[in-house]
Design a protein around this ligand. Structure first.
Ligand SMILES: Cc1cc2nc3c(=O)[nH]c(=O)nc-3n(C[C@H](O)[C@H](O)[C@H](O)COP(=O)(O)O)c2cc1C
Length: 148
């Protein structure tokens, strides 16, 4: 299986989650910063996972730009995640993962699991305890569902 994990990260927390997902997935898994990926090439993978920090309830500007340039996904298997802060006041803005998932679905991607959240303890982190293990188990759950 060939997987691509695309992430954005300002303070490194989302990158850590992306790398933990990449390590947990069997087969060839590439983990790349959003600015290193050519959007037109993302349909050559069996599995595409996209993750971003939540900024003002949305993915980062770089991730939004990447998603806007993504080609038609024609039933490609996709999943989405974000990092976010576990605080009541930020809930009113919404979160990045659901928005990423909606864009991927609109482009014709087949969302294989619900959008997933990983928590950071503040804007710069660190990740909440257990989130690296959570990322690995989420990756395993995805892997089981990928059509081969
Ligand atoms: C400009 C900005 C806006 C943010 N807005 C939100 C938000 O709306 N909701 C939330 O849960 N966290 C918000 N955060 C916190 C980020 O989710 C947190 O910085 C991020 O998950 C850390 O990931 P990173 O280390 O990969 O950058 C914001 C952070 C920044 C810098």
């Amino acid at each position: 299986m060939k997987s691509l994990i695309v992430y954005d990260s300002v303070h490194g927390n989302t990158e850590k989650i992306a790398r933990a997902i990449g390590e947990a997935i069997t087969g060839e898994a590439q983990v790349l910063h959003v600015e290193k990926v050519n959007p037109s090439e993302i349909t050559t993978y069996n599995l595409l996972i996209i993750g971003s920090p939540t900024h003002g309830g949305r993915p980062t500007p770089a991730m939004r730009e990447f998603l806007s340039k993504a080609p038609a996904l024609n039933g490609a298997t996709v999943a989405a995640f974000d990092t976010r802060i576990p605080m009541k006041w930020v809930r009113i803005f919404g979160y990045a993962a659901g928005r990423i998932a909606n864009i991927l679905k609109r482009k014709g991607g087949k969302l294989i699991v619900p959008p997933e959240a990983f928590f950071v303890m503040g804007t710069e982190g660190p990740l909440k305890e257990g989130e690296i293990e959570h990322a690995a188990s989420w990756a395993k759950e995805i892997e089981k569902k990928v059509p081969m």
